[in-house]
Design a protein around this ligand. Structure first.
Ligand code: 2BA
Length: 109
């Protein structure tokens, strides 16, 4: 069995959960925050049998889109006045950031 951690954009999460559940996957949704943008995103946990791993990954890949977002630079420049001047930068976020780990034990007690 594998455990998938999928970090996705909030905009994709409802459709993704619906698609996964329609295909019989169990999903846990966590409200998370990206360290770089400091914006909300969604992390899904899925425990899947090895033979269904690719099926789940395909659904995630098909459903999650990448989007451009404007962010304020985390390391602002300091102008000649010494003032703090954050500047906007464009980053491409997503589709999904996925980690797959081996599950040693799976219990429901
Ligand atoms: P954030 O950390 O808010 O990052 C949002 C987007 O900002 C990233 O999109 C990437 O395009 C950009 N970005 C992140 N760190 C950067 C940096 N140090 N310099 C320049 N640009 C940077 P994604 O790569 O699609 O990541 C989306 C979200 O997935 C991330 O949100 C974070 O919550 C998670 N994530 C991505 N890689 C991860 C990793 N290796 N470990 C844990 N979480 C990760």
């Amino acid at each position: 069995m594998k455990l998938i951690f999928a970090i996705v954009q909030d905009e994709d999460s409802s459709r993704l959960i619906a698609s996964l559940m329609q295909d019989g996957f169990s999903v846990t949704k966590l409200a998370t925050t990206g360290g770089f943008l400091r914006a909300g995103n969604t992390t899904l946990l899925l425990g899947v049998e090895d033979n269904r791993l690719q099926n789940a990954l395909d659904i995630i890949e098909k459903t999650c889109r990448s989007r451009k977002q404007i962010a304020t630079s985390p390391s602002a420049v300091t102008g000649s006045t010494g003032a703090y001047m954050p500047y906007p930068i464009e980053v491409v976020v997503g589709g999904a950031t996925i980690f797959v780990t081996e599950v040693e034990k799976f219990l429901k007690v």
